[in-house]
Design a protein around this ligand. Structure first.
Ligand SMILES: *Cc1c(COP(=O)(O)O)cnc(C)c1O
Length: 387
């Protein structure tokens, strides 16, 4: 018996599907430890991944600690207790729920469940980068609708009419982030309702409400109540942002029971761990903590907005816990200089926005440090502001 000989220079990466080979990888925010390693800086703050600096409540931390005793056991694959808690929280049947390892995994599940090479899916220019990634990985066509122009009332925002126009007979998914990341922009409630009514039944509308806790305080309500009248609506929520649990990886989808059933067939058996389930249950029992943190952050966002305006800097309207700031020149350099100053923000050149930075709202003292650094790096903007 002899093993088949391998060619001298094997390229096993070439074995990946053409669709996957063509993907551009998602670029996450730089971790604090990486900046410390590369630049030898110790006092680093990260305002790059829209995390919630207040974190979870002490009750959630205690629940995680208590759950550690059971880490040798597989988690409850059906997430029974968590789904009961979510169903009560949302006043909806458990059959409408699918839990995910962050909403990112739910996006993957939706793509794998509803798309193949014969289909297309719709998203918006400047929409969340994960959407085109999960669409294209399936071999489906990604139809990108142009966003509103920089000078529009909602600059860089989703143009729902444009999105409606690109829907085809083979479209199965339409992705809307409300508010959107990285822009922070949102779609008006009434306009979104009309849009959902107009989308044909062969396409599911995936309404990503990752920033709901901040959005509600910014006058942008949830579209969840429309679920009863629209079986093709899927609402995504996460514990990563408002709930301060980004490191645990847990989110959920709310949909028609048949959509949930289809997603749950494909869902990895133990996709959400014990600690994450315990934390989410405890978090739902402490809504005051989340509301409090969201209030502080939205208050800080308003303060940062005023400071940016005073510096003469432009930014897109935001209903989230972050702002997309126009540097008025290549943002790559500003990003680098901010890194040297120990402040990690997010360049978004990959979105086709090379002059903008996405900056998460942190604690008041972190925001002050960011503003001071930004002001020192963009003196031209400052001069324009005082002119
Ligand atoms: C952060 C974010 C998510 C959440 O991702 P998780 O996987 O739940 O951490 C989803 N959608 C958008 C638009 C986001 O910005």
């Amino acid at each position: 018996m002899s093993a088949p000989t391998k060619p001298a220079a094997a390229h096993p990466g070439q074995l990946a599907t053409a669709a996957v080979r063509a993907l551009s990888p998602y670029v996450p925010g730089k971790p604090i430890s990486e900046l410390q390693r590369e630049y030898g800086i110790s006092d680093v703050i990260k305002l790059a991944s829209n995390e919630n600096p207040y974190g979870p409540s002490p009750a959630v931390v205690a629940a995680i600690q208590a759950a550690i005793a059971d880490v040798w056991l597989y988690p409850d694959g059906s997430a029974h207790e968590l789904k009961q808690a979510l169903a009560a929280h949302l006043a909806l049947p458990v059959e409408c729920l699918t839990v995910g390892n962050g909403s990112n995994e739910l996006l993957l599940m939706l793509a794998e469940t509803f798309l193949n090479v014969q289909h297309s899916a719709v998203c918006s220019q400047y929409g969340f980068a994960i959407y085109p990634l999960v669409i294209r990985a399936t071999g489906a066509a990604c139809l990108e609708a142009p966003a509103y122009a920089p000078g529009a009332a909602m600059p860089y925002g989703h143009d729902l009419d444009a999105m409606l126009r690109v829907i085809r007979a083979d479209t199965r998914l339409v992705f809307i982030a409300n508010p959107n990341n990285p822009t922070g922009t949102w779609v008006e409630h009434a306009a979104l309702k009309r849009f959902i009514e107009a989308v044909p039944a062969h396409a599911l509308v995936v309404l990503d409400e990752a920033y709901l806790e901040f959005a509600e305080l910014s006058g942008v309500p949830s579209g969840l109540p429309w679920l009863t009248d629209h079986p093709n609506l899927v609402v995504l929520r996460t514990f990563s942002k408002g709930y301060g649990l980004a490191g645990l990886r847990i989110g959920y989808a709310v949909s028609h029971p048949e959509v949930a059933d289809a997603m749950n067939r494909y869902r990895p058996a133990f996709n959400v761990g014990n600690l994450a389930q315990a934390a989410a249950i405890a978090a739902l029992r402490d809504p005051a903590h989340v509301r409090d943190a969201a209030r502080r952050i939205v208050g800080e966002r308003v303060r940062v907005e005023a400071a940016l305006r005073a510096m003469g800097l432009q930014f897109a309207p935001s209903a989230g816990n972050f702002l997309m700031v126009d540097c008025g020149r290549s943002a790559a350099q500003v990003y680098e200089q901010m890194l040297r100053g120990g402040v990690i923000v997010r360049p978004i050149g990959g979105y086709g926005l090379p002059h903008h930075l996405r900056i998460s709202i942190g604690l008041p003292e972190q925001n002050d440090r960011m503003l001071k650094l930004l002001g020192s790096l963009l003196p031209a903007a400052q001069a324009a502001g005082s002119a």
